[in-house]
Unconditional design. Structure first.
Length: 175
């Protein structure tokens, strides 16, 4: 079991879009294994994306709502919902969300209730994952990581101001 160190907010790799995966080889399989080992070693978490362990690769693993797996080069479909512009839609849930890269902090974050991710597996075979609820939230969260976004980037108004204050005062942010 190889648990890799999680990068925290402030590390540039978290703000840089990940590179598409082009080689489906032993190195990719080892990365997927390390990502899953890291996820399973961090109880209560739903996913880990490659940038969170310092690797610029378009791949993440997930373990949410009884579904476990990985997706390489994912593209996400929110079924016509945009939580950023219509957070009050019936197709959007706002629940507390956290992140291994922003340890110990949780904020109400709007996410589409349903999400579908299409990509490939570590062997280049097509993969489609559709989820609702917590799985949908995890798919959106991890896909955002691959694009250099963190969940706090989606926050607005008083929630965003509170999040930024708490991040600035977090012990891990003062290192």
């Amino acid at each position: 079991m190889t648990m890799r160190a999680i990068r925290v907010l402030g590390d540039p790799v978290l703000r840089t879009p990940a590179e598409p995966v082009t080689h489906f080889d032993a190195a990719l399989r080892a990365l997927v294994t390390d990502l899953m080992d890291t996820l399973l070693g961090a109880p209560g978490r739903a996913g880990v994306a490659a940038p969170q362990i310092g690797v610029s690769a378009h791949v993440f693993v997930y373990d949410a709502d009884g579904h476990r797996g990985h997706v390489v080069n994912p593209a996400i479909d929110l079924h016509g919902v945009d939580p950023a512009t219509d957070p009050d839609s019936d197709d959007v849930d706002t629940d507390d969300e956290g992140c291994l890269s922003i340890p110990g902090l949780y904020f109400p974050t709007p996410r589409a209730r349903r999400a579908t991710v299409r990509g490939v597996d570590q062997h280049g075979e097509p993969v489609t994952v559709t989820g609702t609820g917590f799985l949908a939230r995890a798919l959106q969260h991890e896909t955002d990581h691959l694009d250099g976004r963190l969940y706090v980037d989606t926050l607005r108004g008083d929630t965003r101001r509170r999040a930024l204050r708490e991040i600035r005062s977090a012990a891990w942010a003062r290192r």
